[in-house]
Design a protein around this ligand. Structure first.
Ligand code: RBF
Length: 173
């Protein structure tokens, strides 16, 4: 399904209550900042609305999307986080730079997530042009920052659910 068929600000999953004291990292690329700062603001707003406390949201900037995985790794090494959200926007240009960056970032984020055992969320737009980016950063297709925040919260809930199943299986509650 393309983002044209789905408003990015509408969560596809069901959100229950977020566990108290959750700590979430947000890493934002500064390239195409008029887009990425809009993703970041909508992302943080969604986390706050869902009950994450402001002091438990650690937001940092990296130069470009290529640096998102290393920025996320630095945050995970320094803080005890429940999830990290990576936000960026890689716009197609005259050369194939966008393919190299997008490929490296998506693989880097996935590898970090698996290696760390923590959800690391891919909140990166890969549009063909500025207009497509704006459509997905608060325009007609919603805001990918909201989708990324909701995805992080759903993954945190999954971790809680799995811990609860484990407690039940060894005789607790
Ligand atoms: N970073 C982005 O986040 N989005 C882009 O659209 C983007 N385009 C770039 C185009 C070129 C030609 C170059 C050299 C870099 C671009 N970057 C972009 C920056 C990249 O993610 C990274 O910060 C730099 O390559 C330094 O490692």
């Amino acid at each position: 399904m393309s983002s044209k068929d789905q408003n990015l600000s509408a969560s596809p999953g069901v959100l229950h209550s977020v566990p108290a004291g959750c700590k979430i990292g947000v890493v934002t690329a500064q390239w195409n900042r008029e887009i990425t700062f809009s993703l970041r603001d909508a992302c943080i707003e969604t986390l706050l609305q869902q009950g994450i406390e402001e002091e438990n949201i650690i937001s940092v900037l990296v130069p470009g999307s290529f640096e998102l995985p290393s920025g996320a790794k630095m945050l995970l090494s320094q803080f005890s986080l429940d999830a990290v959200i990576c936000l960026g926007c890689v716009i197609k240009g005259d050369t194939r730079h966008d393919e190299y960056i997008s490929q490296a970032v998506s693989v880097g984020i996935m590898q970090l997530s698996i290696a760390s055992g923590k959800p690391v969320i891919f909140g990166v737009l890969t549009p063909n042009n500025q207009e497509q980016a704006q459509d997905r950063a608060g325009g007609k297709y919603g805001n990918k920052g909201v989708e990324a925040a909701n995805t992080a919260l759903q993954m945190i809930q999954l971790a809680v659910e799995i811990r609860q199943k484990d407690k039940k299986s060894i005789g607790f509650s």
